[in-house]
Write a protein that binds this ligand. Structure first.
Ligand code: TXE
Length: 480
């Protein structure tokens, strides 16, 4: 049984209360590790350690901070295979996905922000003969990074790396559902020689550890990715304390497939955007709108692709669909499948739990599921399911599909499939969506602003946006 530890003040330690929580492997339904059941005492210790480390860390030249981050990136790359295995075991995702997406991206996050810190410049505004105005960007201080279970190390490092690069010290909380790679990261930080207290990782539940972090008066900012309801709760707690907030929340993303698209490519990529990571990516497209003249050929090719997906042991090389992250989440997704039937949908594929033989007999597997015939404004088409369930809907005009695409409370990501350049830009600008991909999906350049409109969040991550978030601008004017 693996026993994880907190990482506080440069030491791997148990929770102050000595308690542990069980951590389940979703592919088997069995407990495989224990995580510290930390509470407010551990958060207080971690914040104190971060405060003590702050003066030296913020004074360190950006180049030296960057070098340490790049060293961590190299160690993640060195440990690619054990980290991928751990991520797959903890989350249920195919190990092939963790090996090619999650872990390489975690290394890129550290390498990107390790070097970005050296190119981060502040502004000067010169008023000829009158004054020189310049902006200093001070690190905010001690900040909290709270991350979810769907892309565990990928999203954890996406927050931590820019905070450290900007000169902040961090208290981070990974999801209690997938804590394993965050623990392995703390071992790599020790090996890299990251000074004690610069990064602290406290394991435990959201309502206890997360809540204590959000409430702590010394925590200046909270970078959070997770459910919209949790984001709302965090905002309500943090706002009266005037904390800076970056909230990356849910999505209900549309794919807009026009008749003039490259159909084979639109089908291939829509299969990925529907079912990658079992549909548990905030950027997955779950509402597929298809121009009526190509509805039938799209449907036929898409369903043929779905039939080719293999649900099974995440460790098997030919598995494309692993387990859902937990039994509770599986039940939630199944309840939406039931709702889709009640709302009058026609099931085209899937819809059932999968019993995988052998070591995975107790795992949380679900068939990739496709419905048609649901109204664009029904609950299944408005609420985030966050699983391998998509709907197909034909449309007749650009105006109609735009109204449907924009007709939810979310506004995270959208894809447009067309060969008409004018339409591509026109539709992209009209979408209420923080991210729009044209003829592609999940194409990420880490310099671009990442985040959503409406209830999908507040603020943007990525590139300079992240470095700006973790700094406080100070404007200084010199009279000439
Ligand atoms: O997320 P939570 P859950 C969506 C998805 C999913 C739903 C709920 O629809 O079904 O959210 O998932 C911590 N103070 N997404 O319940 O609870 C928690 O410990 C501070 C979308 O698993 O939001 C974890 O570390 N922190 C999403 C983190 O918040 C608190 C990814 C996220 O967990 C807290 C995941 C509190 N009071 C789920 N309560 C995306 N946008 O990618 C919980 N946490």
């Amino acid at each position: 049984m693996v026993q994880l530890q907190n990482y506080i003040n440069g030491l791997l330690v148990p929770a102050a209360n000595g308690q542990y929580l069980p951590n389940i492997e979703p592919a088997t339904g069995q407990v495989f590790s224990q995580i510290p059941a930390s509470d407010a005492q551990d958060v207080t210790q971690a914040v104190r350690a971060a405060e003590a480390a702050l003066p030296a860390w913020r004074r360190l030249p950006a180049e030296e901070r960057g070098r340490l981050l790049v060293r961590i990136a190299e160690l993640i790359e060195r440990d690619l295979e054990p980290l991928a295995q751990a991520e797959s075991q903890d989350n249920g995702k195919p190990v092939s996905l963790a090996r090619t997406v999650d872990i390489p991206r975690a290394a890129s996050n550290f390498a990107f922000f390790g070097t970005a810190a050296q190119h981060f410049a502040s502004e000067t505004h010169f008023q000829e003969g009158v004054a020189l105005n310049y902006t200093v960007r001070h690190p905010l201080g001690v900040v909290a990074c709270i991350s979810p279970w769907n892309l565990p190390l990928y999203l954890f490092t996406w927050k931590i790396a820019p905070a450290l690069a900007a000169g902040c010290c961090v208290v981070a909380k990974p999801s209690e559902v997938t804590p394993y790679t965050a623990f392995l990261l703390s071992e790599l930080c020790l090996e890299a020689g990251l000074p004690a207290g610069v990064l602290n990782i406290v394991h435990g539940t959201g309502p206890v550890v997360g809540q204590a972090l959000v409430e702590h008066p010394s925590v200046k900012a909270i970078s959070f990715t997770g459910g919209t309801k949790t984001g709302e709760h965090i905002a309500r707690t943090a706002a009266p304390m005037f904390k800076k907030l970056s909230l990356e929340l849910g999505g209900k993303n549309p794919n807009l497939i026009f008749a003039d698209c490259d159909l084979a490519e639109a089908v291939r990529t829509s299969l990925r955007s529907s079912f990658a990571n079992q549909g548990q990516i905030c950027l997955c497209g779950s509402r597929i709108f298809i121009e009526r003249s190509i509805y039938e050929p799209f449907k036929e090719q898409f369903l043929a692709g779905v039939a080719g997906l293999t649900v099974g042991d995440p460790q098997a090389a030919d598995t494309s669909q692993g387990a859902l992250v937990s039994e509770a989440h599986l039940e939630k997704v199944l309840s939406y499948i039931e709702l889709a039937h009640q709302e009058g949908g026609t099931l085209l594929a899937g819809g059932q739990r999968v019993q995988v033989a052998g070591r995975c007999a107790g795992g949380y597997f679900l068939q990739p599921t496709v419905f048609e015939g649901l109204a664009p404004d029904c609950r299944v088409n408005r609420e985030e399911i966050f699983g391998p369930v998509v709907t197909l809907t034909p449309f007749d005009t650009e105006e109609q599909v735009l109204a449907w695409a924009n007709g939810t409370e979310y506004g995270l990501a959208a894809t447009i499939w067309t060969r008409d350049l004018n339409r591509a830009h026109r539709v992209a600008h009209a979408l209420h969506s923080g991210i729009v991909w044209i003829n592609t999906w999940l194409h990420r350049d880490l310099r671009t602003p990442f985040g959503g409109m409406k209830n999908s969040g507040v603020g943007r991550e990525g590139g300079l946006e992240a470095l700006r978030f973790f700094t406080e601008p100070q404007s200084i004017t010199v009279k000439l």
